[in-house]
Design a protein around this ligand. Sequence first.
Ligand SMILES: [Zn+2]
Length: 386
Amino acid sequence: MRFITSNRIFSGKDFLTDNTVVVLDNKGIIIDITTSDKLESVNIEHFEGIITPGFINTHCHLELSHLKGVIKQHTGIVDFGLGVIKHRHDASPEHQQEAMIQADKDMFQEGIVAVGDISNTNSSMTAKQLSNIHYHTFVELIALNPERSDLVFNTGKELLTEFKSNHLSASLAPHAPYSTSIELIEKITNDCFLAKQPSSIHNQESAAENEFFNTKSGDYIRLYESIGLPVTYFKATSKSSLQSIISAFNKGVPTLLVHNTFTNKNDIDIAQNQHPQLYWCLCPNANLYIENTLPDIALLVNNQCMLTLGTDSLASNSGLSIISEINTIQKHQPAISLELLLKAATYNGAQFLGLENQFGLIEINRKCGINLIEGHTGNYSVKKLA
Ligand SMILES: [Zn+2]
């Protein structure tokens, strides 16, 4: 047994009283939560820093791990996307596997215990099967042309079955508003509803995305021209992307909106009115890498958006670390409280993935992982205690 305590202990929802001691068995399962005055003649390990549950990374693309440093920073999303398309098959399959296994190990070292991971192929299956981390795979589907929705949906279901038959948790997810038709979003999220699984979509990562929906102009026209895909069937909506697509989502499905860099108050109001189970994922390091800007996090907080954190992929980040994402937010938007960010990094993420009975909360009979956060505001590091 281990008896551990620190200057502050964050449960996943809030800070516990000062003299709290967490008791772990030799497998890392929490067997008691008590206070130091109730313990006699035991060796209490006291750590300098903040104890938290293991972190939940709700947005990652493990299969892009070999693209670290390959794509230039600050290009904007369209050229970033074209860079991924151009380079994702450059590395050998062996090198891609090695990069995924290393990225997975790095995440584990950084105190991450569960990941929501976007996959377009089956290439990440081996790394996930070997991992100490719990993965939920979002099999990501892309087809803006509504005529392709049946074909793409059926192909996606085959890949989904492959993950599930290898005992990996998985569900379908649309890629982004500008790349998935309303018809396909409906099919995907109805499938998630029947399977009682969450879904996810990239949302308003660029100003160009809103422009494409509002007036069918801007950088996404260049994207579709440069990959030789005419979008004659697409009609402008005179609304932002989020406002244009939110009603297509099944309201019974916990849904992650990833990035939200160009989301305004009106978007939040309309989305939350339409959908009762939205989670808003922040990936600040990737936003700085690609668009060199950040979402208005205070706006999301003030409008009761349920926040989670994600790393995105190594194509748009120098590492896969939730504490690094917290540091970035603290440096750029210091008004956002540490308590709120820790809740996003733990309980909220676990709840979105449907894992709140297993992860995200320091509670008796759980093996949620235990992290120690050391250092100072904007410059924290993490150590795994269990
Ligand atoms: Zn992403």
